[in-house]
Design a protein around this ligand. Structure first.
Ligand code: HEM
Length: 528
């Protein structure tokens, strides 16, 4: 700015002395208008039109895709040490923003929540869940609202949770009984596998009125394979989602597999709907309720169709089973590695539930240390480390940066809950931090405290939070109360592998294998 002004004065002085009035007017005008242009340019850079967030340079065409590595949540956390808690990336032709601090996450999911309530397009939503007819990928609007309301009322409300309480108790008792027989025959248990069976059956009984794992003759084994295949596909990275001109080629064969899974799911769910219809949809499971509601078009404006019901059921199985079971598996692995914390939790459970029966949901309000263990597990091992992606509907300004329309936003839940600026000794498993006097007793997992958001936050936060949380608390409590745990021969607790494997949910790289050792009276395990 000073340079323009000095030049202007210089021109004025020497021009006048040389009798060059017309030239002087011309030059002064030129310099003055340049000066104004310069000012407005600087303003547009600094003020009105803010810059894009910083970020690593990418490759031509692919952008930063190749830099993500096998564990993108860890890579993005490392990049935030260089570029700060809000930085930009490019995945093929898609603009992406990564967020790694609680404050910035609150700006996206609270201050600008409405603008970020859509999900970016992806092949899974198109080919598996009936072309965005489901709840997880539905565009933010009336249909999404209707599906969310239906689930909130008939599956996740306090009344629905109470109605299905015996179902969860029954499945947890079957799990305890199975572990007891492992103990009797001195077999080690594959915890991940048994927990997936338990959570999926508890959900499928509430949703379809049947146990999809472990019962012959109802297509259950086919369904089991399907759930597993779908989870594998959901964890795969389809490069064509980011380079749309590659779509016709399906380079990784992902779309072909998705279509196959979709067809099989469709047949299974179509049959389930037919059977429920034949039985006049009299049951109290969610599918019966939805079929009854479908007849009453006024209640849903014609939006509830056979297809949207199937899409919703698919969502519930994909979103609601592995999330809960992997969290419990991590909790138990941490407890085996910290025997003094396991002991303290057992003492609390014994004092509330005794040793003649399994712990029940009615006991949960009296187990503060158990709740602290669950929170600490969600903090260190959030089951969806990058949450689900959000997308901006319009361009906007966040934290002084310009975010263009249709930008994908990845909230790194994993990095946020390990942020050393917020958490003391962030990598230590220390549940007592959530107890009174522990420094973090005010923090909850329900989307209000952005330092810990395993279920996300804002309008698109987890629809099944109430059920997921209840299930994780009950199953963890049961494993801790009913058994002591020993690792297979020669494996020492302090050497237990805690490596993560990235996928649709944050699984353990090495499945947790352990020997259950019953610690309650025998009758507690056989009353199934
Ligand atoms: C430990 C258990 C669970 C965890 C940690 C978890 C976590 C999450 C997260 C992080 C999201 C994305 C939120 C966002 O986009 O901001 C989500 C979405 C969702 N979850 Fe869960 N979840 C769990 C259990 C469940 C269960 C049991 C169900 C249903 C049976 C469920 C159904 C859903 C649905 C339908 C959505 C999409 C919501 C929408 O787009 O409006 N989740 N969950």
């Amino acid at each position: 700015m000073n340079r323009f002004f000095i030049l202007y004065l210089y021109c004025k002085k020497f021009g006048r002395e040389a009798g060059m009035a017309p030239l002087l007017v011309f030059l002064s005008t030129l310099f003055f208008s340049s000066f104004l242009c310069y000012i407005s340019f600087k303003r547009s850079i600094n003020g009105r039109s803010p810059p894009r967030p910083p970020g690593p340079k990418g490759w031509p065409i692919l952008g930063n895709l190749l830099q993500l590595g096998a564990k993108p949540h860890q890579t993005l956390c490392a990049l935030s040490r260089v570029y700060g808690p809000l930085f930009s990336l490019r995945f093929g032709s898609v603009n992406v923003i990564a967020v790694t601090s609680a404050d910035v996450a609150a700006q996206f999911l609270r201050t600008h929540d409405a603008n970020f309530s859509n999900r970016p397009p992806n092949s899974g939503a198109e080919h598996v869940v009936y072309n965005y007819q489901d709840l997880v990928f539905a565009p933010y609007g009336p249909r999404w609202r209707m599906l969310r309301k239906l689930c909130a009322l008939h599956l996740f409300s306090a009344k629905a949770l109470d109605d299905f309480r015996p179902v969860r108790a029954g499945e947890v008792a079957i799990l305890a009984n199975t572990l007891y027989s492992h103990a009797q025959s001195r077999r080690e248990a594959n915890l991940g596998e048994l927990l997936t069976i338990c959570t999926t059956n508890a959900l499928s009984k509430a949703v379809l009125g049947l146990r999809v794992f472990g019962e012959a003759g109802n297509g259950a084994s086919d369904f089991k394979e399907l759930v597993i295949e779908q989870m594998r596909l959901a964890g795969m990275f389809n490069i064509c989602d980011f380079l749309p001109w590659l779509r016709p080629f399906d380079l990784q064969g992902v779309v072909g597999k998705m279509k196959n899974v979709h067809r099989r799911f469709d047949t299974f769910l179509g049959k389930a709907i037919e059977e429920h219809r034949r039985a006049d949809a009299k049951g109290d499971n969610l599918l019966s309720v939805l079929i009854r509601l479908m007849e009453d078009t006024e209640s849903h404006g014609g939006e509830l169709t056979n297809t949207s019901i199937k899409a919703l059921l698919l969502d519930l199985f994909i979103a609601g089973t592995d999330t809960a079971s992997s969290t419990v598996e991590w909790a138990l692995a941490e407890l085996i590695g910290h025997p003094e914390i396991l002991k303290k939790a057992q003492t609390e459970l014994d004092s509330v539930a005794g040793s003649n029966r399994l712990v029940s949901e009615e006991d949960l309000p009296n187990l503060p240390f158990l709740h602290a263990i669950v929170k600490e597990t969600f903090r260190l091992h959030p089951s969806t480390p990058l949450s689900l992606p959000h997308m901006s509907s319009e361009s906007c300004e966040v934290n002084g940066y310009h975010i263009p329309q249709n930008t994908t936003v990845l909230i790194n839940i994993w990095a946020i809950s390990r942020d050393p600026a917020v958490w003391t000794d962030p990598l230590e498993f220390r549940p007592s931090r959530f107890l009174p006097g522990g420094g973090y007793e005010h923090i909850d997992v329900k989307g209000n405290d952005f330092e810990l958001i395993p279920f996300g936050a804002g309008r698109r936060m987890c629809a099944g939070l109430s059920l997921g949380l209840r299930m994780v608390q009950l199953v963890t409590a049961t494993l801790v109360h009913a058994f002591d745990w020993a690792l297979p021969a020669r494996q020492r607790a302090e050497e237990l592998d805690m490596e993560e494997a990235y996928g649709v949910t944050l699984q353990r790289e090495v499945p947790l294998m352990a020997h259950p050792i019953p610690r309650l009276a025998q009758k507690a395990y056989i009353n199934v």
